[in-house]
Ligand binder design. Structure first.
Ligand code: NAD
Length: 283
């Protein structure tokens, strides 16, 4: 595999998990975010997550130390000039991602691949914002990244086979299972998952059952490991709202109409687990 160095943009829920799995596989990772506080929090999460793996006897204390030693942090995009691939995991917002990719296109070396972990935004449009459209691709990791095997690999219309093969190899190298999907709003995973979460939000909004009741019904009745509202809290309610909006606008189909409660919760700062409160309250 030719990829040895990785830039990860965003040290949040997904970014720190992506940094962790890449670093644990022996790759050099530069994790970038807009502030030192976000980077510190991201590194703390990686450390806690590695401790959990030590407790489960899946890795040793030495493994943890070498993984952490493979991660450096920065608030500057310019620090990613020499990396072989960037995996962007910043907030789910199209304008933000387009701006990041335009900047990366001028900063990164000519043969670098620029991947996005976007949950729903068009890779074809992101690719169109750069002069290296063939080297743009989606690497959609699942949450929590260290636990979940899947990487949905999304080809933009312009993505070359060479880029696809490199990302396929990278995904396997870091212990994940890549599965290909075409570029369409929500791709495959979130085209199916997010409308279900939206329906669960409507059921809650209409007062048909409590959050706990809804989640227990889906766990006990459908054998889901986690109820839909707890899963929404894990994903982040701002991210759920962004994705359902992309589906609604992208398909122009009223079946994806966002439940009003998403916007209310986001306006209140109730973003789910990451902010300490969503459908549930967290310590
Ligand atoms: P998050 O809110 O936990 O973290 C986002 C991070 O991006 C924050 O630390 C924020 O400071 C940073 N950021 C914002 N603007 C930035 C900029 N201009 N430059 C650098 N960093 C910036 O969000 P998340 O859940 O980690 O989501 C990140 C991406 O991953 C989104 O595209 C989301 O759709 C996708 N995703 C999320 C999940 C999930 O379950 N949460 C799953 C798969 C994919």
């Amino acid at each position: 595999m030719n990829i040895k160095t990785i830039g990860v943009i965003g040290a949040g829920t997904m970014g720190n998990g992506i940094a962790q799995v890449c670093a644990a596989a022996g790759l050099k990772v530069t994790m970038q975010d807009i502030g030192e506080a976000q980077l510190e929090r991201g590194l703390e999460t990686v450390s806690t997550s590695l401790d959990r793996l030590i407790k489960k006897e899946k890795i040793t204390v030495d493994d943890k130390q070498s993984a952490l030693a493979n991660i450096s942090t920065t608030t500057s995009l310019e620090a990613l000039a020499e990396v072989d691939i960037v995996i962007e995991a910043a907030t789910e917002n199209e304008a933000l991602k387009l701006s990041i990719f335009e900047q990366l296109d001028t900063i990164c070396k000519a043969d670098a691949i620029l991947a996005s972990n976007t949950s729903s935004i068009s890779l074809t449009r992101i690719a169109g914002a750069t002069q290296r459209a063939g080297q743009i691709i989606g690497m959609h990791f699942m949450n929590p990244v260290p636990m979940m095997a899947l990487v949905e690999v999304i080809r933009a219309l312009q993505t070359t086979n060479e880029t696809y093969q490199a990302v396929h190899a990278l995904s396997e190298f870091i212990g994940k299972i890549p599965i290909e999907a075409k570029d369409s709003p929500g791709f495959v995973a979130n085209r199916i998952l997010i409308p279900m979460l939206n329906e669960a939000a409507y059921v809650y909004y209409e007062g048909l059952a409590s959050a706990g009741g809804i989640d227990e019904i889906m766990k006990l009745g459908m054998s889901h490991p986690m109820g839909p509202l707890m899963l929404a809290d894990l994903i982040g309610l701002d991210t759920c709202l962004s994705v359902i909006k992309v589906l609604h606008e992208g398909f122009g189909d009223s079946k994806y109409r966002p439940c009003p409660i998403w916007q209310q919760m986001v306006d209140a700062g109730y973003l789910g687990r990451k902010s300490g409160r969503g459908f549930y309250v967290y310590d």
